[in-house]
Design a protein around this ligand. Sequence first.
Ligand SMILES: [Fe+2]
Ligand SMILES: [Fe+2]
Length: 314
Amino acid sequence: MSIEMPIEDASLTQLQHVPIDNVMSIIDEGLVHLPSYRELYYRWERQQWKAQDIDFSGDRTQWLRMNEDEQRMRLGGLSAFFKGEECVTNTLAPYITAMPNDDMRIFVTTQLVDEARHTVFFERFFRDALGVDYGRLEETLAVVERNMGEKTRYILVDALNDVSGRIQREPDNLARLVEGVVLYHVIIEGTMALAGQRGILEVYREQNIFPAFRGGFTAVARDESRHVVFGVKFLRDMIQRDAAQAKVIFNAVNTYARTAIEAVSPPPQQIEFMLANKQDPWTTPRYGVESLRKKLKVIGLSMEIPDVPPPPVF
Ligand SMILES: [Fe+2]
Ligand SMILES: [Fe+2]
């Protein structure tokens, strides 16, 4: 299959072969020509896929051939995504209620369904390919969560729950919702998730592993592209409606961006190991910083954001 095929209506099997940067470019295009909220909703109608359709038996065979160290290493990043999808599913409902108009509310309602599907997709992958299953979803996640780093947990669990709770208590306070969209759509989805997703999918494609997972995870990325474009458009519209919201966005980015970038950076001992092996440890966080920078520009905010080292020269 040609990599030039349209991603718009690609099937799960076709998506296994699509380089992740082709999906990421949908976001860049979306940022140049911001679609309407209704158009984002129509995209959702066209881009349906089923977590139940995926056959993970080939991925399972590959997993069983990996040694324990390799399994442990892969489990780290994947666990953050599995738990992350559950967190975003459980915290989005207050956003729906608080949206200032119907077209926005209709779109965010589709997003809640997407996040639920992503959680089911990961549950199936963990169970059928990795053999991780402790009964009920909550019980499996309580175990999976232990593989998450502290900074990732702070952003996905603590900060997101706080922000969502504040929106729920004050649904008519626009500043609460704006702060919430910065954390959810721009920092978590647009900075951390896209950077982490790109890193994982690139490596799996190069190593030719987990083809069924790759198809599903690329469909997840296509869904995320709609969510991120929505978030950027929403914040841009809110600043245009009320200039005071720019300060709210500025403060929220300052509060969460540094921890988010650190959360997708390798730990110090791994940085040393990677440098010694002539690998760039900052590819993923650098992509996150760049993604964040592009989004803030479209939102209409000029501000300093945390940076990461340039590519090392070996
Ligand atoms: Fe998701
Ligand atoms: Fe999402």
